[in-house]
Design a protein. Structure first.
Length: 459
């Protein structure tokens, strides 16, 4: 890295979230190109060459960038609707609206979702997009383009549905694909966009939507496709009691057993929600290394329940945090999920012992990177890892009287992001995005939301 341009960050508290939870009350980071070259206590080493910038981060906490493990970007255009519904009623109300989405809407909604996350400390994002109405353009390409422009590291979980209303599913028939079309389009998306390299900015996962909108054949053949292509697998699992009942009625077994029967447990798999898991379900996830995207705000919004996160962690299940779609989490911010994960889990059986501040931060950083299969590259601040770093300002009225910076970040109000670096490139300064025009995105998302509402009203 001798020839790389260096950025030196000094005088900040540092929570590395490494295996030992190493922290420095006052320390430094040296970013060289797109890697973390060095970090430690005290001042940065003298005599560094090619230093293009020095940042005095007094009053800040440096952490790994946040990693979002579950989202639906297109839902940015339907925020604030069906606010008093459970999951199934909410889906019934909104699927006819979502079925009208087109390429322009998908791009604009992705811009809004990504901008909101990035300005709040997310450096690695994902989108589970599974609504592909016929003849509406290149939706996957539009979403990936928005992520590239925003500057975040990104995983597109290329979703699919082949069980429409006529087959007992929830989505309208014209918004689902055939089995063959879904598999072919998913494979084409992987071949065109997936980058397996260490510092990849775009990766693709295979992601049939959920047991009640996908045939068993698509689940099974989707798993085979993902493993043939060497990519990860993602879906929704065990979100509600209704799903549990559905699986027993249709398949004669619960969701976890069904997933295992179709090849959907393993270290290359992660599932969203996993709220209704019994001891044997958790043991199966732990035994196979299957990951979980915990979405506390969405689970509360849709009255789905409280996931057994403390029990999952104790068993060794990989767990990260997810925003989920902004039609069930209107804020669209992941840093608020640190606090919500901690507080909501304390309402469960473990009460005040459920999670602490550092466990919550780990869920949102290293845990998420592990779930996405990228823990070797990001999710903790360590020499040699990618330079995905966030500086949180903790010396304002909102946090200044909280002595411990990690407690301030997790328990306190949402902390301002003074700087966020992705791959060594700064994308946020003083809470504003440097890569895209937030105000223009606000206008375009408002316009596209109105257009979508108008189209849906004509049905």
């Amino acid at each position: 890295m001798a020839a790389a341009q260096r950025i030196v960050i000094e005088n900040c508290s540092i929570a590395t979230v490494d295996a030992d939870d190493t922290e420095y009350a006052s320390g430094y980071l040296v970013l060289a190109g797109n890697r973390i070259e060095a970090l430690g206590a005290g001042s940065a080493p003298q005599g560094l060459e090619n230093v293009v910038r020095r940042i005095d981060a007094t009053g800040h906490l440096a952490t790994p960038g946040l990693v979002n493990t579950h989202h639906h970007f297109y839902q940015w255009l339907t925020r604030g609707l069906a606010t008093d519904h459970n999951l199934f009623d909410w889906l019934v109300a909104l699927y006819p609206v979502w079925a009208r989405i087109d390429e322009s809407m998908a791009y604009t909604a992705a811009q809004g979702s990504l901008a909101m996350m990035a300005r709040g400390g997310v450096t690695t994002a994902m989108d589970h997009h599974y609504v592909f109405p016929r003849g509406t353009g290149d939706l996957s390409g539009a979403i990936i383009r928005a992520a590239r422009e925003t500057g975040v590291r990104f995983t597109l979980a290329r979703g699919s549905m082949d069980r429409g209303e006529s087959d007992g599913g929830l989505p309208p028939d014209f918004a689902v694909e055939s089995l063959d079309d879904a598999l072919a389009a998913t494979e084409a998306t992987v071949q065109e966009h997936h980058d397996p390299s260490f510092d990849a900015m775009t990766q693709v996962a295979v992601a049939p939507c959920s047991p009640f909108s996908v045939s068993t054949e698509l689940m099974r053949e989707g798993a085979e496709l993902a493993r043939r292509l060497g990519v990860r697998l993602h879906t929704h699992g065990s979100e509600t009691v209704e799903e549990e009942k559905f699986c027993h009625e249709l398949f004669g077994m619960g969701p976890t057993d069904y997933f295992e029967s179709t090849g959907w447990l393993g270290e290359d798999v992660w599932m969203a929600h996993c709220v209704h898991m019994n001891d044997s379900d958790i043991a199966a996830f732990a035994r196979t290394g299957t990951g979980v995207a915990h979405c506390p705000s969405s689970n509360a919004r849709l009255a789905a329940g409280i996931a057994r996160v403390p029990d999952m962690l104790a068993a060794g299940v990989p767990v990260g945090l997810g925003v989920d779609g902004t039609a069930s989490n209107e804020s669209g911010e992941l840093h608020t999920e640190l606090r919500n994960a901690l507080l909501i889990n304390r309402l469960g059986a473990h009460r005040e012992a459920a999670l602490n501040a550092r466990q919550a931060l780990r869920l949102g950083t290293h845990g998420g990177a592990r779930v996405l299969g990228r823990a070797a590259e990001t999710g903790s601040l360590q020499a040699g890892k990618l330079a995905d770093v966030v500086l949180w300002k903790l010396d304002t009225l909102a946090h200044s009287s909280i002595a411990d910076p990690v407690t301030a970040l997790v328990f306190g109000a949402a902390a301002p992001v003074t700087a966020s670096f992705v791959n060594g490139r700064q994308i946020v300064a003083d809470g504003r995005l440097l890569t895209v025009d937030e105000d223009a995105i606000a206008r375009s998302t408002r316009d596209e939301a109105r257009r979508l509402a108008q189209l849906a009203a004509r049905r």
